[in-house]
Design a binder for this molecule. Structure first.
Ligand SMILES: Cc1cc2nc3c(=O)[nH]c(=O)nc-3n(C[C@H](O)[C@H](O)[C@H](O)COP(=O)(O)OP(=O)(O)OC[C@H]3O[C@@H](n4cnc5c(N)ncnc54)[C@H](O)[C@@H]3O)c2cc1C
Length: 410
């Protein structure tokens, strides 16, 4: 019998890891344990196309059902891992089963941070993380005339744009001074503010939620500035919490997620973590970070598959991300930080532009709006290890100009 690798989770990183382990030649036993009842599916469409008008859409599976059998992957669904015993190398499942392992991987993802206000758990108040949330919202939207969205992060704004496209009155409350403030530059936040206002979304900045109450068959949202909004539906996206409690209870070090090193190893021998639940040292930000993105989940899985098949290497892939808000496609390459200097490439008013972010005069990230070719160029430039200094951005309107082959020096 070969080695047994057991993966806890049935999301983006878990499925990619199982797939990559097989393509790297791992021939031992492979088990995925997912608490979800559905075949593992993609989350990004849930806040976008899934919310469009029409019949309830299908979940997009990460792999076809036949994949698991063909690849000899034992996918155990609809039961959760309740306890890990790292000394005995056994996991205890909710359905009473106990499974042994040789290597264990936490791919447990994250969950919605609950709304920290009275009424946050009333009927009609929805989070948006999984298939059940998305189905419930899709079913409630046809009866909704007014929606309040709490939190102008990616998921809140994606949902707001989708609801607005259905003709619903949408108010977004955001306690910070600008939308997506933790993730994007100030000029980009400003541009998105105008775009969402132009689409008819009421975007209320520096206004949080104080309380939600029932009100004549609907809901009333009281804001931190004393305003009141009536809603048929409230959707919140106020961040996530890593699912790290199971690991912590097993004695695995945890600090804003499961702490791992560059090879995705936890502090316990034979135990690894990746994806939304893992806090890893990033060369791109110079400290430890937890990233919530498909790129991070997928690339960490590919790297871990190589590590687990005897090809040790650090995880250093360039972070990149996308968000679709109505007809706006945002793509980000690299990791920006507060204080980075933004340089606009192109014309903001055209709706197709990029913003280069410089730290100490060197390019560290690029935000592209409706400019996919710029995004691809940015990923090439940033992951190719080239040092792009501010002077090279002077006078250019698109990053493609930089990635074009340079003229030979005479
Ligand atoms: C609505 C939405 C839209 C998004 N849009 C984008 C986007 O546009 N672009 C982008 O890059 N990223 C997007 N993301 C983020 C992206 O989907 C996540 O970063 C990615 O899914 C993380 O993969 P993961 O495997 O770490 O976690 P997940 O995919 O969340 O999977 C974790 C799995 O582990 C299971 N699990 C947890 N604990 C246990 C247990 N004890 N036992 C058994 N199973 C357990 C969970 O049920 C879950 O299925 C979006 C996320 C959401 C929710």
């Amino acid at each position: 019998m070969g080695e047994h690798i057991l993966i806890i989770g049935g999301g983006q990183s878990a499925v990619q890891l199982a797939d990559s382990l097989r393509s790297e030649g791992f021939a031992g036993k492979l088990t995925l344990i997912s608490q979800d009842t559905e075949l593992p599916y993609q989350r990004p469409p849930l806040s976008k196309d899934f919310m469009a008008e029409g019949a309830a859409p299908e979940l997009l599976p990460l792999r076809a059902e036949s994949f698991y059998e063909q690849q000899d992957i034992d996918l155990i669904r609809a039961t959760r891992v309740e306890m890990v015993d790292p000394r005995a190398r056994i996991v205890h499942l909710h359905d009473g089963r106990q499974l042994g392992y040789d290597k264990l991987v936490f791919a447990t993802g994250a969950r919605n941070r609950p709304l920290p206000c009275p009424g946050g758990d009333l009927e009609g108040v929805h989070g948006l993380r999984d298939a059940a949330d998305a189905h419930a919202l899709h079913a409630a939207l046809p009866g909704a005339r007014r929606v309040v969205v709490i939190g102008a992060g990616f998921i809140g704004l994606e949902f707001a744009a989708a609801a607005r496209a259905r003709g619903i009155e949408v108010t977004v409350l955001e306690f910070a001074p600008r939308p997506m403030g933790r993730a994007v530059s100030a000029p980009l936040s400003g541009w998105f503010t105008k775009a969402h206002l132009a689409a008819g979304i009421q975007l209320r900045l520096e206004e949080g939620v104080a309380e939600i109450a029932e009100h004549s068959g609907g809901l009333q949202v009281l804001s931190s500035t004393g305003n009141s909004y009536l809603a048929d539906l409230v959707v919140y996206g106020v961040g996530v919490l890593p699912n790290a409690e199971l690991a912590e209870a097993a004695g695995v070090p945890v600090d804003n997620g499961i702490t791992v090193d560059e090879q995705l190893r936890t502090g316990l021998e034979g135990i690894y973590a990746l994806g939304d639940c893992a806090n890893f040292p990033s060369v791109h930000c110079g400290s430890s970070i937890r990233l919530e993105s498909v790129q991070n989940a997928t690339d960490q899985a590919r790297t871990l598959a190589r590590i687990l098949t005897g090809q040790p290497q650090p995880y250093r892939m360039l972070p990149w991300f996308w968000s679709t808000q109505g007809s706006i496609r945002l793509q980000i390459a690299g990791l920006a930080a507060p204080g980075d200097e933004p340089v606009v490439l192109g014309d903001l008013s055209s709706g197709r532009f990029s913003i280069a972010l410089l730290r100490e005069g060197v390019l560290v990230a690029v935000e592209s709006v409706n400019r996919p070719a710029d995004h691809i160029a940015a990923r090439k430039l940033l992951s190719g290890g080239q040092r792009i200094t501010a002077d090279r951005l002077e006078g250019i309107t698109s990053l493609k100009e930089l990635s074009a082959p340079m003229a030979p020096v005479a």
